[in-house]
Design a protein around this ligand. Structure first.
Ligand SMILES: [Zn+2]
Length: 111
């Protein structure tokens, strides 16, 4: 497959300014517009309670993002991991990596 040389950034950061994410799928919607799925590149993160780094995915959560700045009608689905803590004695069984939190967009409201 031909890959143009140039920016080494992933499509997700180039198109949506979402560094740390990669595009895992994109489809044209029947009524117009597009739906793009992105997921974090690096899944492993430290548990917020015990600090032990884990990359074991417990479940995936899909979050729809509306306020992605992009010229055109596009719906972005973010696939976020929920990790299992690698420390058996830790009271926190699962956690969402901080790295998979989306940066707040310009239209984001507190709360
Ligand atoms: Zn832990």
């Amino acid at each position: 497959m031909f890959e143009p040389k140039g920016s080494r950034r992933d499509a997700a950061s180039v198109i949506f300014n979402l560094p740390g994410y990669r595009v895992i799928g994109a489809v044209d919607l029947p009524l117009g517009g597009r739906r793009v799925k992105v997921a974090p590149v690096d899944l492993a993160d430290g548990c917020p309670v015990c600090g032990v780094v884990s990359g074991r995915v417990h479940a995936w959560v899909v979050q729809r993002v509306r306020d992605v700045p992009y010229a055109g009608q596009v719906e972005v689905l973010v696939r976020k991991p929920r990790l299992v803590c690698a420390e058996p004695a830790c009271p926190r069984r699962t956690f969402t990596p901080a790295s998979s939190q989306l940066p707040p967009g310009p239209g984001a409201r507190p709360g």
